[in-house]
Design a protein around this ligand. Structure first.
Ligand code: ARG
Length: 284
């Protein structure tokens, strides 16, 4: 048995390699902030939907330019948060676990995505019985599913995900309401046996921090400034890492490890508490 410790692990030991990804996105055609279900959302602050569409389109074009496939789900009037496609399904090895939103305002999104999965030919689409905000709180490392709880996803949904997807789940406790979903505090830079993550420790309970240190001694540790612009809401293909453009400190740290940061303006979507990852569901 090998014992790993948090000390003296080189975060940059491996050369980053991109692999082709398959993403699902939903345009912010009906995007607004008309209710508040996280501290970022202020229904009195103006939102420019056209600008949100332009920023989203640039994100989609960026993925395509990097060689990835993007499928698009039809947006629905009256569902302003549907642009955050990451919240509507967790797909691992062709098995789909749908979602069940905590906020009644978002509840109807789950069914639109369930139908999309079925129309797209997925046979195994299971809808959860517990509150489950999908990739908002679930991050697949290629070996384990990291699962957040504390604000949205019910801890019982973690066991349900393990059962439905047949992958080991590691539960992590979120403690800061600004980082209400796991994907606002952590993302996977590199998948696989030697997965590498980036995360903001202060968003997690003391025990969860110890778990992360033990599991990922080579993690890129983000600071407050990285987190406060939703810099941990990144999307990595193993080499190219899409980040909000304000996340310059984090960009520098990952660049030192050979990753290629791709900085994008996602400011309009941040008014709803979202960033690049929230807009992107990955078909693993
Ligand atoms: N306004 C949305 C909500 O609070 C934002 C969701 C962001 N999505 C994410 N994967 N973090 O539900």
């Amino acid at each position: 048995m090998t014992v790993t410790t948090a000390e003296a692990v080189d975060a940059c030991a491996e050369t980053p390699v991109a692999t082709e990804r398959h993403y699902v996105m939903c345009p912010p055609t009906y995007f607004t902030v008309e209710y508040s279900i996280n501290p970022w959302m202020d229904p009195d602050a103006p939102v420019d939907t056209d600008l949100a569409v332009a920023q989203w389109s640039e994100l989609k074009r960026t993925y395509e330019r990097l060689g990835h496939t993007v499928e698009v789900v039809e947006p629905q009037p009256g569902l302003p948060d549907m642009v955050f496609a990451a919240n509507s399904g967790t797909v691992v090895d062709g098995r789909v676990l749908g979602s069940k939103f905590r906020a009644p305002e978002r509840a109807a999104e789950a069914e639109h995505f369930r139908r999309w999965f079925l129309a797209r030919g997925y046979r195994e689409v299971v809808m959860p019985s517990r509150i489950n905000e999908a990739e908002g709180d679930f991050a697949w490392t290629g070996r384990v599913l990291l699962a957040g709880t504390g604000f949205r996803t019910d801890p019982a949904a973690h066991a349900e995900a393990q059962e439905v997807l047949g992958v080991p789940v590691v539960s992590l406790q979120l403690v800061d309401p600004r980082y209400y979903h796991l994907d606002t505090a952590l993302f996977v830079l590199r998948k696989g046996e030697s997965a590498q993550i980036a995360y903001y420790p202060e968003a997690f309970s003391a025990g969860s921090r110890r778990v992360l240190r033990r599991m990922f001694p080579d993690a890129v540790v983000a600071d407050e400034a990285d987190a406060a612009c939703l810099g941990l809401n990144g999307v990595s293909d193993g080499r190219n890492v899409v980040l909000p453009r304000e996340a310059t400190g984090l960009a520098k740290r990952i660049e030192e490890c050979g990753y290629e940061p791709v900085l994008l303006d996602i400011s309009e979507l941040r008014k709803s508490g979202g960033g690049p990852k929230c807009c992107t569901m990955e078909l693993h």
